[in-house]
Design a protein around this ligand. Sequence first.
Ligand SMILES: Nc1ncnc2c1ncn2[C@@H]1O[C@H](COP(=O)(O)OP(=O)(O)O)[C@@H](O)[C@H]1O
Ligand SMILES: [Mg+2]
Length: 247
Amino acid sequence: MTDPIIQIQNLKKTFGAHEVLSDINFAVAAGEVVSIIGRSGSGKSTLLRNLNLLETPTDGDILFHGASILARDFDLPQYRAKVGMVFQSFNLFNNLTVLQNVMTPQQTVLHRDAAQAKAHALDLLQQVGMAPYVNAKPAQLSGGQKQRVAIARAVAMDPEVLLFDEPTSALDPEMVDDVLNAMQQLATTGLTMIVVTHEMAFARDVSDRVVFMDQGVIAESGTPEQLFDHPQELRTQEFLKRYLNRA
Ligand SMILES: Nc1ncnc2c1ncn2[C@@H]1O[C@H](COP(=O)(O)OP(=O)(O)O)[C@@H](O)[C@H]1O
Ligand SMILES: [Mg+2]
């Protein structure tokens, strides 16, 4: 693999006696789009939350460009600016307008001046089709519109990696495609993306690699063709059978 941007080594996470992640190992190359699939409770969100240190790993290590993010002298604020996250529940600032939502983090974290932050915000809001709503407040938007603003806000920080935790799971079905299209467009820009999703068509068509998690381990991973057309593990086959039948 050329230039791994993130390496997860023997990662383990327990909550009390409950081992939620057991010995997770994988590396993500710069520019790669990785989808993580698996049933509810398999540890997908916990993995993402460990990756950006919303949770602290119990054991193992996570390297960013070869440096441990758990090291005492690691520059965490800088890392958080480089590794963004898009949540299922949007997490917008409800008292700010769409434009302010996308401008403010650039100003407070990256110290961009207002003109610079505004130009960048308008450009990205245009890209996700939200330019007509710059003065709206989140409460006036649909879920799909809110999520596109949240994506623009995350991208405005010029991250190297974006983590997505089921970005379309809270949306009405008719909103899902606009968000997936925005993500698909982002995937063509060379951004490294790690996407937890139940959208199997997205996982198949947009990802370079698909990871199937089951009970806190990576049960199987491979190209979309390998995983969807030739799954090797029984539990992958069973998950896909149940999932694809339901869809
Ligand atoms: N903060 C926490 N405290 C205790 N248990 C947790 C916590 N976060 C997650 N878990 C447990 O870890 C398991 C995996 O959860 P999660 O990572 O959210 O799975 P997924 O995202 O795949 O649905 C679940 O059993 C969940 O209850
Ligand atoms: Mg989850």
